[in-house]
Ligand binder design. Structure first.
Ligand code: FEO
Ligand code: CA
Ligand code: CA
Ligand code: CA
Length: 671
């Protein structure tokens, strides 16, 4: 007997795929910054946006510095209108193949897709909720390679045959009357998380296919992982599973990713905190600052799996034993990292690189590696009022010997965006910027496990939910999407986050002062997302109908400098109210020189578009569609209906999947 998951167990913001606000620090919001620049109180919201964008474009050196000497990429397709249908639309002259939907067999005995597939079957099938992704060419080929992709979370009602007919919302799950859960359903949900590594090849007919290959692999919420860097082996991560604090199990909520200069894959752990219950009355900052509060429930109640297996019980972080090595009070401290996976070694143990910081990592983006220079990587913490970080390695990059150990020694910095267009990287290191034992930071491991608290302490700038980053290959400028933040008040507005109640988000960019390892930079706002009233391009001009978008999230700059922007309007607001004009989530292309934006792709109902990469020849593009049908109401689901049946059509349940995009004339995508 199962009963529906009761609404109210889960923070509604978390349920919509977002992170609850947990930054209670008293950092300044630089609320007076714009006051100094313009008397904005006299301006209406729409003209405020124009004034801000205009001020950015004219008062900072950025746009002018950029224009000199760099050439614009060609953007040759005809923009498409917004989409509202249950299909994928691309420009004239382009083709789309739907590829590797959730449940596609890739390894083991190749278990066929079925709603009734077991938890073990799922360990050999593509996971759910496709997100960040990279194509690792084999021998430089653009027709043969490893596609590696993240699976951010699951929607249990679309995952289990046994969920049919239950009154479940997008975050609901089947459970027994006593609150316990079926153990195999829990195993399936854990195995539908994580990362897929799958060999893919283009046939002579132009279609891409999965190749059964020894490199095909699932890394899941259950895979053993090594901890590396300063937090590894410390008391922070001692558990019953790993009394010496060297190991943990699984990676969760893998949103975006990164690719290292030594050709390995990094999966980000974003909204991991929601998965844990903790009934302790006192919860310290290692959990409270990340949104874990006293509660008996976790996101999917995995710790309530019947049978009490250790791998499920660990999602209860309550202090139940006599010491940390007898329970899982420290289990959440082994999450919130970037996880390195070598896709070319299927036997390798994934490694959590703790020196890149512990937060809601959206992803990570590496600056181009330079022989003899430090390795530099940027990462955003996607929650309201959180920060943007940068890691600079201690040892120099040497192509012949570079490996993940470069990420275990160095300095983590956090960004401060000043009102005058300058910026600073503030070191999160012992003894620097007040990070001393007297101020509550015992050592480097303590700083890193409490990255958010350390960033609060040094006075970093609170951003409007940092998502993906990208580096312009021509000039090294770094772009970051700031997806939205409706909770920013007028008093909390600053120059880098210039709109109160930021419904639509913006994209910021900066240029380091010299090399990427510099401690200073200059910044600008590239675009204020929005409708034709509120959106502004880098020149301060309104966005045209072909360019309007909201909630930028995925971001990638291709080798020709086309800036690909993907949107994630929350399913709680998409296609309603002020978001109606944007239609379904979409992907656009921007010109970094002119600021021109053109809509390239629109997706089916209820989904977000996320994850984008091309083959080296840029003639095949892979794009992910995540959570189609997520806007299906509880009542509709109970009645056996869904607002989306993509990609299979008919009455099929909706499934996340990858799009393979090519041109009819075989040309470069976007050109
Ligand atoms: Fe998983 Fe911040 O998007
Ligand atoms: Ca999302
Ligand atoms: Ca995202
Ligand atoms: Ca998002």
């Amino acid at each position: 007997m199962t009963k529906p998951h009761l609404p109210g167990h889960v923070d509604p913001i978390l349920a919509a795929g977002d992170e609850p606000t947990s930054n209670a620090s008293g950092n300044a919001y630089f609320g007076d910054i714009l006051e100094a620049r313009m008397s904005r109180r006299t301006l209406l919201r729409g003209s405020l946006a124009a004034a801000i964008a205009g001020a950015m474009a004219t008062s900072l050196p950025f746009g002018r510095a950029l224009a000199a000497g760099s050439s614009s990429p060609s953007i040759g397709f005809k923009a498409i209108p917004i989409g509202t249908g249950d299909s994928v639309v691309v420009p004239e002259g382009y083709r789309v193949q739907t590829f590797i939907p959730w449940g596609t067999p890739i390894s083991g005995n190749m278990p066929a897709f079925s709603l009734d597939a077991s938890g073990e079957d799922q360990a050999h099938q593509i996971g759910s909720h496709h997100d960040g992704m990279h194509f690792f060419a084999i021998d430089g080929s653009s027709r043969d390679g490893l596609l590696v992709l993240n699976h951010e979370y699951v929607e249990p009602r679309f995952l289990h045959g046994a969920a049919a007919g239950l009154a479940l919302d997008a975050d609901g799950f089947p459970q027994h009357e006593d609150g316990s859960r079926d153990a195999d359903q829990v195993r399936k949900e854990l195995n539908a998380h994580g990362v897929s590594v799958v060999r893919v090849r283009q046939g002579d007919d132009g279609q891409w296919q999965v190749v059964e290959d020894r490199l095909n692999r699932r890394v899941t919420g259950l895979t053993p992982m090594q901890l590396a860097g300063p937090v590894a082996g410390t008391e922070h991560v001692v558990t019953k599973y790993s009394p010496d604090g060297s190991m943990t199990r699984g990676t969760l909520n893998n949103c975006a990713h990164g690719v290292t200069p030594w050709n390995t894959y990094l999966a980000a752990e974003e909204n991991w905190a929601g998965y844990f219950a903790n009934e302790d009355v006192e919860i310290d900052r290692r959990q409270s600052r990340y949104g874990i509060e006293t509660r008996a429930e976790g996101r999917y109640q995995w710790h309530r799996a019947q049978g009490g297996a250790d791998e499920f019980v660990r999602f209860d972080a309550t202090s139940r034993g006599a010491s940390p090595s007898e329970d899982y009070r420290n289990e959440p401290h082994a999450f919130g990292y970037m996880v390195e996976i070598d896709p070319f070694d299927p036997e390798s143990t994934p490694v959590k690189r703790t020196h890149l910081g512990r937060f809601a990592h959206e992803g990570v983006i590496f600056a181009p590696a330079v022989e003899g220079q430090p390795v530099v990587a940027y990462s955003g913490d996607d929650a309201r009022f959180e920060y943007i970080y940068k890691f600079v390695s201690a040892r120099p990059y040497q192509a012949a010997s570079a490996d993940g150990s470069l990420l275990d020694e160095g300095t983590l910095y956090v960004a401060r965006f000043n009102d005058d267009g300058s910026g600073e990287w503030l070191a999160l290191a012992p003894g620097q910027n007040g990070l001393t034992p007297e101020n509550g930071f015992a050592d480097l491991a303590d700083i890193l496990v409490n990255t958010r608290s350390a960033a609060d302490h040094v006075g970093a700038t609170k951003m409007d939910r940092p998502e993906w980053g990208a580096v312009d290959p021509a000039n090294g400028q770094v772009y970051f999407t700031l997806t939205n933040n409706t909770r920013r008040s007028e008093e909390q507005v600053d120059a880098a986050n210039p709109r109160a109640e930021n419904h639509f988000g913006h994209i910021i960019r900066w240029q380091e002062d010299g090399t990427h390892a510099a401690e200073r930079f200059e910044w600008d706002i590239f675009v204020l997302a929005g409708d034709q009233e509120s959106g502004r391009d880098m020149a301060g001009e309104p966005l045209g109908q072909e360019a309007i978008f909201a909630s930028p999230d995925g971001l990638w700059i291709d080798p020709d400098r086309r800036v690909w922007i993907q949107t994630d309007i929350s399913e709680s607001v998409m296609n309603t109210g002020i978001h109606e004009v944007f239609g379904n989530n979409q992907m656009l292309v921007a010109n970094p020189e002119t600021g021109e934006i053109r809509r390239f792709l629109t997706g089916p109902i209820g989904q977000e578009i996320t994850g984008v990469i091309t083959t080296p020849d840029q003639r095949t593009m892979f794009v992910n569609v995540q959570h189609p049908g997520a806007t299906t109401s509880t009542e509709a689901f109970a009645a056996g209906e869904s607002v989306s049946h993509w990609p299979d059509g008919g009455s099929a349940i909706p499934r996340s999947a990858t799009l393979v995009i090519t041109r009819e004339d075989g040309g470069i995508i976007g050109a």
